[in-house]
Write a protein that binds this ligand. Sequence first.
Ligand code: IMP
Ligand code: MG
Length: 198
Amino acid sequence: MPKPWKIRQRAANRRGERVKILISGGRIQRRIQAIAKQIRRDFPDEPLHLVSVLKGGVFFLTDLARSIAGEVSFDFIAVSSYGKATRSSGQVRLTRDLDSSIEGKTVILVEDILDTGMTLQYLLKLFQQRKPKHLRVAVLLDKPERRVAPVRADYVGFSIPNEFVVGYGLDYSERYRNLPYVGVLSLDSKLAKKAAEK
Ligand code: IMP
Ligand code: MG
């Protein structure tokens, strides 16, 4: 069985939607190995507790968790942010809380993408109140141009331009998450107008 990221899976495009590869599966995997080593270097003897934001951060968490040596546990949280459109409403709401307490733990918050930063700002505030021993942020993708909230990630996979991307967990209306690579989604002009109105 070839490794999932070696399968050059084509996007199951709907009419009027196109996905152009931006970051290949192989590059994603290599970068994750490097981030895993860096995290372990920063916390050589600590059990690490990874917390991922559903659903976009799930593949990043599972690949990262398997690449970090030593004791690792993980948990999931869910927030609502984007709805179905390609633009954020700017509103963040907790829809699923963690299973276990993070008090006294070395927590790495694992996110798919840092865009406006509203989601991360909300989560950092919530997590700080729960008194972790350390709190760090790992994001696979960063779109620095889009930042509204004054937040930053400690570990960044790739900085990308201001384009709407899908794949490796990231969706457009819940689709394309399963692509092993990250690609730029383009919509034909009629669809783009509709998405912008949402
Ligand atoms: P923020 O709160 O604006 O930083 O947005 C964070 C969330 O918006 C991410 O966790 C994604 O779910 C979603 N998001 C932001 N940019 C994109 C994108 O280009 N494609 C898909 N989802 C995105
Ligand atoms: Mg997300």
